[in-house]
Design a protein around this ligand. Structure first.
Ligand code: NAP
Ligand code: MG
Length: 415
């Protein structure tokens, strides 16, 4: 119900955020065990859940409709909850991605069933316990682990579920979109990416090269926003590679529980094999980092160059720590190369020329752009992709309306 409970709902969400904050170190350690995330990243991720809950806790009392002037009566609108929202999350960022769907869905008066990825259920289950501890009534936020084609598919097909929030691969996303059509089910899709990192000749090359590994290898490259397609203006191509090499070889790969480690292992043996498949014997490995011995699905940070822009490694989402470096001639060529993909999630542009930065930002087909930075995610700014990277936006001030239906009411005042 969208009206009377607004203050209570806001209070419960703040208490949920407080419970997450109090459990932050435990959640972070659980994610290190769950997904092999570095402890530094995992703390940020648990903190992001707290922040997203607090941000959307401000929604319930502000979810005002409109009063629209009409003849012969009064016209008002309501933002009604959809009902039951199914959130289907991937394994790469189990906590934040779950919260980007769960928090605005609860804030707008829906109930939620969250299906975490089969490989990473632990932190989702802990979040459900914390919600109960915070006083959120049983059945309002339910976590249901299980296999995608079983539990996920059931949420997609069940007539009682009014909306699906799916984050995952473009392949599964397309199937879910088709299946949602049967019930005209509401749908938000956050899918894959093959994101360009465009370095112009006038850029601060030292800074661009130093930042490139973090932009691509964070979370071992298992990041939909990984800037894995590095495009460098031809006249500085060699210089950029010279600067990139020490930044890559010194990227700290190791036990993710150890403070200061920058990259842990990949999620599974099968995924490591898939990543390695992009770097067959004889692949143009320009240089690569080190991996530790011992248990773990390790894959080293790897730079492929020179690479033909049409090659598989340069066009498909690898979802591992592998980048390709491709030269471009001028602004038009950079835009052409950046857009030569079915994806459109994010991109970075490195230049000191403000006009160029703005022109290229507007011309690159992506939902999230950054200039002289690789940052993509802030809970208070919109996030999402164009083309086959997704449908709809999460986070930021507008995401809440994706969890409501607008109802229009006309009341006649004339006899
Ligand atoms: P995935 O294989 O598509 O799985 C995502 C989720 O969907 C998992 O919970 C999975 O369950 C479930 N699923 C699988 N088949 C299903 C079906 N038939 N019906 C309903 N649900 C089903 O993706 P992933 O390998 O976990 O994650 C990596 C992908 O996510 C990458 O492509 C990445 O780019 C994308 N991603 C996008 C964003 C974004 O915001 N745009 C963010 C993060 C990741 P099980 O795993 O339990 O089988
Ligand atoms: Mg999968």
């Amino acid at each position: 119900m969208a009206g009377g409970g607004a203050g209570d709902r806001a209070r419960l969400l703040r208490r949920f955020a407080d419970a997450v904050d109090a459990d932050l170190e435990n959640l972070a350690r659980l994610e290190v065990a769950n997904a092999g995330h570095t402890i530094g990243n995992a703390r940020w991720e648990a903190g992001n859940v707290r922040d997203v809950l607090n941000y959307y806790a401000a929604t319930p009392e502000r979810l005002a409709g409109a009063q629209i002037p009409v003849a012969g009566g009064v016209d008002i609108t309501f933002h009604e909850p959809i009902g039951v929202v199914g959130v289907i999350a991937p394994w790469n960022f189990p906590m934040p991605i779950a919260s980007w769907g769960v928090a605005p869905a609860l804030a707008t008066g829906n109930t939620v069933v969250l299906k975490p990825a089969e490989l990473t259920p632990l932190t989702a289950l802990r979040l459900a316990e914390l919600a109960l501890d915070a006083g959120i009534p049983e059945g309002v936020f339910t976590v249901l682990p299980g296999a995608g084609p079983v539990v996920g598919q059931r949420l997609v097909d069940h007539p009682g579920v009014g909306k699906i929030v799916f984050t995952g691969s473009t392949r599964v996303g397309k199937k879910i979109m088709a299946d949602c059509a049967a019930g005209v089910k509401r749908l938000t899709l956050e899918l894959g990416g093959k994101n360009a990192n465009i370095v112009f000749a006038d850029a601060d090359l030292e800074k661009a090269a130093a930042a490139a590994p973090g932009g691509a290898f964070d979370n071992a490259g298992q990041d939909c926003c990984s800037r894995s397609r590095v495009l460098v203006q031809r006249e500085v191509y060699d210089r950029f590679l010279e600067l990139l090499e020490p930044a890559v070889t010194s990227f700290r790969v190791g036990d993710p529980a150890e403070e200061g480690v920058q990259m842990g292992p990949l999620i599974s043996a099968a995924h490591r094999d898939a990543v390695a498949g992009y770097v067959p014997d004889g692949a143009p490995v320009a240089f690569r980092g080190e991996t530790p011995d011992g248990p773990g699905f390790w894959y080293p940070p790897t730079v492929l160059a020179p690479v033909d822009p049409g090659e598989r490694a340069a066009t498909e989402e690898i979802f591992g720590p592998v980048i390709t470096v491709v030269p471009f001639t001028d602004e038009a060529d950079a835009i052409r190369l950046a857009n030569d993909t079915s994806y459109g999630l994010s991109a970075s542009i490195w230049t000191r020329d403000l006009g160029c930065a703005l022109r290229v930002s507007r011309a690159v087909e992506a939902g999230n752009l950054s200039v002289n930075s690789h940052s993509s995610v802030r809970y208070w700014t919109p996030f999402g992709g164009v083309k086959q990277s997704g449908l709809g936006r999460e986070l930021g001030p507008d995401a809440v309306t994706a969890f409501t239906e607008t109802k229009n009411l006309f009341i006649a005042t004339e006899d």
